[in-house]
Ligand binder design. Structure first.
Ligand SMILES: [Zn+2]
Length: 212
């Protein structure tokens, strides 16, 4: 944000919005603001939300300068086979009574795509070292988790036990805005709602390539 007045307001606006746009080539998570709607048009992998352009997926932020599009491209490359011990980034798809269904969207430290769409189950006993009464007290649909693969056959199973594992990004169940960490609780910057999660110790930093 700039202080002071500029004789030409368009210069002020240009500088202000340059501040908002993130660096091209940055790795972004679903929900991250990549640019403002005044400077670019939402393209592939993005959507518009209250004047901001947000990423709808995990990927690399790029600008198509010809069409002035904000684009998020999936991380591509040689297909990758998932193995026991891999640290993965997952999106919560469904919360059930004794387990959580997730979709693996990235393998930490490997800038390659996963061979196929990969579902992974997180059983209640693998959520935390502490006792968990119900999975919904720790994770909600749309949460982005860091987990470790503990089993690949016949079904991929993950664990979020340990301080490095848990949500790295979570959204307000009320208004879907990304929640901000305040001490040991998550708070919505828009509606003020407070929510509990099993958080990774680096919640909010967006470090999807941390290998543990
Ligand atoms: Zn909210």
């Amino acid at each position: 944000m700039l202080l002071g007045r500029y004789p030409d307001e368009s210069i002020y606006i240009a500088i202000f919005f340059m501040d908002c746009m993130i660096k091209e080539g940055s790795i972004v998570l679903p929900g991250d603001i990549v640019a403002m709607a005044e400077e670019l048009i939402p393209g592939q992998g993005t959507f518009q939300d209250n004047g901001a352009i947000r990423s709808s997926m995990i990927g690399k932020f790029k600008v198509d300068r010809k069409k002035m599009l904000a684009v998020v491209e999936p991380l591509t490359g040689k297909p990758l086979i998932l193995e026991e011990g891999n640290v993965v980034i997952c999106e919560v798809k469904q919360v059930m009574d004794n387990l959580i269904l997730t979709n693996i969207i990235h393998v930490a430290g490997k800038k390659r795509q996963i061979a196929r769409e990969s579902d992974a189950a997180l059983f209640i006993a693998n959520i935390s070292d502490e006792f968990v009464t119900h999975p919904s007290t720790k994770y909600r649909i749309g949460d982005i988790l860091r987990a470790r693969i503990v089993k690949v056959d016949p079904l991929i199973q993950i664990s979020t036990k340990g301080k490095e594992f848990g949500v790295i990004k979570a959204f307000c169940t009320n208004c879907r805005k990304p929640l901000i960490k305040k001490d040991n609780i998550l708070e919505c910057p828009v509606c003020g709602r407070k929510e509990e999660r099993k958080m990774a110790d680096d919640y909010g930093t967006g470090n999807i390539d941390r290998v543990i």
